[in-house]
Design a protein around this ligand. Structure first.
Ligand code: AMP
Length: 421
């Protein structure tokens, strides 16, 4: 029988070194920005009761079509699902643990959606995000948006556009929905088949349609901003004023509705202009004032975002910023004695906090030097019979700047430390 030819499942992929090192560095950069802004990390389960995610809204594709759901082996079995995003889990966590508000948490991790894979769209993808629960102060919205903005900037991204809208709240949304529904119904015969179905479920989501036949109708549709009550208008104005004060540019985007049903008031998206239009959303978020309550907690307003790390790194490639970090290996130990020297020297360098590596299988000097050159290490520590006899090591500068020298074995770690500084 032929050996099986397994591949990573459709829509997933292995992230190998050195690209994995770049991801890790991006995650660290996000953690740093979030901690600087007073957020603490939340680590939630990767799967939840399906019901948690159903609260995201029965009319969203994420819930109706894209869920990776399964039954566990319990009796009776529990209907679970891999998380498609993290806001619902954070709100479930808030309802479960009742921390003192305002509660500010950040997260990172894989999300799962059964989508049609294409460039920048995967079935397993990585998000970083934050949520602030327990305040509806517009300055909390500005803080959250600024954190996202600063993170992109910290990676060196310059071509990011912030799109901003207000989706109103339960005091003004019904009147708008009614106006939108009757406008779309009047134009029913010109809508795409898909948008006709969407209209039945949630007229707001028709505004999300990218189908060309819907373009003209959407362009002339009534706008939420014209229906805002004084209170929601004041809230939105305060968010805009805060962004102005921080010098963060934004584009008002009155048709921005975003994929999930639960958003109220402030809604935003970050778009990478360096990416092609199909998958150029590198993050998005907004305010949601009913989700914690829907998940069994007290009425709690919230604001947050999720940023798509896979696409952010594609945007970095497109803008040629945020290169792969320098290799951690600084010293490559070349041992041609066939003894344990490489083992001992590597271990003493590593315990002193200096990245060290070596080859195995007693390879020739030439073969070992080749690997040393490829490793990105700055120095080779070479040990042969001569060095063993004199109790020394030859240190060679692999970047060719200072040649080579002999160092007493006992001084190796301190000499390397000095050279690296
Ligand atoms: P959403 O919660 O759908 O607004 O997603 C937030 C961000 O996650 C988006 O702006 C994308 O950058 C990223 N994202 C969402 N779905 C995918 C996917 N299937 N593949 C890659 N990134 C995604």
């Amino acid at each position: 029988m032929a050996a099986p030819n397994f591949r990573a499942p459709k829509g997933t992929r292995d992230i190998l070194p050195p690209e994995s090192g770049r991801r890790r560095a991006a995650l660290d950069a996000f953690a740093e920005q979030a901690e600087l802004a007073g957020f603490g990390e939340i680590m939630s389960p990767i799967f939840e009761d399906l019901g948690v995610f159903k609260r995201l809204g029965e009319s969203t594709d994420v819930v109706t079509k894209e869920m990776f759901d399964f039954f566990d082996k319990g009796d009776p079995p529990q209907h679970l699902a891999l998380r498609p995003e993290l806001t619902a889990s954070v709100c479930r966590g808030f309802a479960e643990h009742r921390p003192t508000p305002p509660w500010k948490v950040w997260y990172e991790g894989p999300q799962f959606r059964y989508e049609q894979p294409q460039a920048g769209r995967y079935r397993q993808f990585h998000q970083v995000g934050v949520e602030t629960l327990g305040t509806d102060d517009p300055q909390a919205d500005v803080d959250v948006i600024a954190l996202g903005w600063n993170f992109y900037a910290s990676l060196g991204l310059r071509q990011i556009t912030l799109l901003l809208n207000s989706l109103g709240d339960p005091s003004c949304r019904p009147a708008y929905l009614e106006a939108l529904r009757s406008y779309l119904t009047e134009n029913y015969s010109s809508l795409s088949t898909q948008s006709r179905v969407t209209l039945e479920r949630n007229p707001l989501r028709v505004l999300d349609s990218k189908r060309p036949e819907d373009g003209e109708i959407i362009a002339a549709a009534p706008l939420m901003v014209d229906f805002l009550t004084d209170e929601t208008r004041d809230h939105f104005d305060a968010v805009c004023a805060g962004l102005d004060q921080l010098g963060i540019p934004y584009e008002l985007s009155p048709r921005l509705v975003r994929g999930l049903d639960y958003y109220t008031r402030t809604t935003f998206e970050f778009v990478a202009d360096a990416l092609s239009t199909a998958q150029n959303a590198v993050g998005g978020g907004g305010r949601y004032d009913g989700l914690v309550e829907d998940l069994g907690g007290p009425a709690t307003p919230g604001i947050g975002f999720a940023l798509g790390l896979d696409r952010i790194l594609l945007a970095c490639d497109a803008e040629k910023v945020f290169a792969t970090p320098e290799p951690v290996t600084k010293v490559f130990v070349v041992d041609v004695t066939g003894g344990n020297h490489a083992l001992v020297i590597c271990n003493s360098l590593r315990t002193a906090g200096i990245g060290a590596d070596r080859t195995y299988d007693s390879r020739s000097m030439k073969a070992q030097m080749k690997v040393a050159d490829r490793s990105g290490a700055l120095l080779a520590a070479i040990i042969g019979e001569d060095e063993v006899a004199s109790g020394e090591v030859t240190l060679r500068d692999l970047r060719g700047e200072t040649g080579q020298r002999r160092v007493a074995l006992g001084d190796l770690v301190s000499t390397v430390g000095r050279l690296l500084r």
